[in-house]
Design a protein around this ligand. Structure first.
Ligand SMILES: Cc1cc2nc3c(=O)[nH]c(=O)nc-3n(C[C@H](O)[C@H](O)[C@H](O)COP(=O)(O)OP(=O)(O)OC[C@H]3O[C@@H](n4cnc5c(N)ncnc54)[C@H](O)[C@@H]3O)c2cc1C
Length: 378
């Protein structure tokens, strides 16, 4: 088979780059995907009860990028959705990121009023305050609020999620935990927040609908790439696999989802409820609360973090530790030797957690900087 571009992986990275190449450059693309579906980790489908679910965990689209929003809007209409998350703390369900509503739900009224006053004397309403900064604050009440959030909301969740103590992870992970000095319970604050009206998979189908894009499913690229004649490759699979693990395997954290259908109309108060302290799972997602689907009964997914085992489960999250970054850097240097003949893009090829909007922005950027200029020269 003869094509201009071989793209490995039909997730956001592979699909967006394929679409750009076919529609903007008029070149032929073959996407090879090892799974039996397009969409990568954002794939969704209707389960046997007719409920739209996300196979690889809840995917909430949010962005501040007008460019990404407008690009994707060319392939889908949207259902506006503001994600709200509750966490079970001392047996009560309170909003997270922790904010004034969470304090009011957990603390006696006179204490929460006093705390609010201390916060007002030290911060501006609307601030996002890193919890680690609160723990070091001169004011005793602010310090103890910081410690409370750290112990009850962050610590247990982190240990379950990563099977590591916070001090074993990159400091960037702990530095991110915020207290939101507001009554705004929305999990994200981005300008654009919505889900594709007919689902992610439908949107991917439309992205790939072009005569010069062919997709080969159920195929590991290593099985076929020698038989395909192509000029350049875009690789969105794991970078360590590409180089036959010559510097060792990059570690990932994996997840198991226990999907359950309930006949009752509603299962929980919000689309997502976190369990930072009790049980072995981290969170329960109720899908129809997220997608806005009107359907009889409801499907939930109970999420258990677990160790990643190649060939057994999925590599979900790169583990943010210094020694892993060092291994990745060795692979990245190898990739640079290929001088653009292979373009490495996306979360597995760059060993980096990207949100969907970031990965779309990255794909558009790679197209503009590494694909279009080189085509112009030749
Ligand atoms: C549990 C979870 C929840 C998330 N929730 C959100 C969210 O709410 N909001 C948000 O913005 N982002 C979220 N994300 C991030 C989002 O999933 C990623 O940004 C996005 O999937 C990255 O796209 P990608 O194309 O880089 O990678 P992928 O989607 O992983 O696509 C890569 C593709 O390459 C294929 N592949 C790999 N190896 C080979 C091979 N050897 N041969 C052929 N094909 C191969 C894979 O099967 C896969 O389909 C979440 C991620 C996880 C893990």
């Amino acid at each position: 088979m003869k094509v201009d571009w071989l793209i490995v992986g039909a997730g956001f990275s592979g699909c967006v780059i394929a679409e750009r190449i076919a529609t903007q450059l008029g070149e032929r693309v073959l996407i090879v995907e090892s799974r039996d579906h397009i969409g990568g980790n954002a794939y969704d489908y209707f389960d046997e009860n007719g409920v739209l679910v996300h196979k690889y965990g809840p995917h909430l689209f949010h962005t501040n990028s007008k460019k990404v929003w407008e690009y994707l809007s060319g392939f889908t209409e949207w259902t506006p959705y503001y994600h709200r998350v509750l966490a079970v703390v001392e047996g009560k369900k309170v909003p997270v990121p922790f904010n004034l509503n969470s304090i009011n739900a957990l603390y006696p009224t006179c204490h929460s009023a006093k705390l609010e006053e201390h916060l007002l004397n030290n911060y501006s309403f609307g601030d996002k305050i890193p919890v680690l900064k609160m723990i070091e604050h001169a004011n005793q009440d602010i310090r103890s609020l910081g410690n409370y959030i750290y112990r009850n909301v962050f610590l247990g969740y982190t240990v379950k999620q990563w099977d590591l103590k916070p001090e074993e992870l990159d400091s960037s992970v702990t530095a991110r935990v915020p207290f939101s000095f507001s009554r705004d319970d929305r999990y994200f604050k981005d300008k654009y927040q919505a889900l594709p009206k007919y689902g992610y998979t439908n949107m991917f189908k439309r992205i790939l609908k072009h005569k010069d894009i062919k997709v080969l499913l159920n195929t590991d690229y290593k099985e076929v790439f020698k038989e395909i004649e192509y000029k350049r490759m875009v690789y969105t699979g794991p970078i360590d696999l590409f180089f036959d693990y010559k510097y060792g395997a990059l570690p990932y954290r994996s997840l198991t989802f226990d999907f359950r259908f309930h006949q009752e109309g509603d299962y929980q108060e919000a689309g997502q409820v976190n369990y930072p302290n009790e049980f072995d799972f981290t969170r329960i997602t109720e899908y129809k609360k997220i997608t806005g689907q009107c359907v009889k009964g409801t499907t939930i997914a109970i999420e258990y973090p677990e160790a990643y085992k190649a060939g057994v489960n999925e590599p979900y999250y790169p583990i943010p530790k210094k020694e892993n970054t060092e291994i990745y850097t060795l692979y990245k240097q190898e990739a640079q030797q290929l001088k653009g003949k292979v373009i490495f893009a996306g979360r597995l090829a760059e060993y980096k957690y990207y949100n969907m909007d970031q990965v779309v922005a990255r794909a558009l950027h790679l197209f503009e900087t590494e694909i279009t200029p080189s085509i112009d020269k030749s």
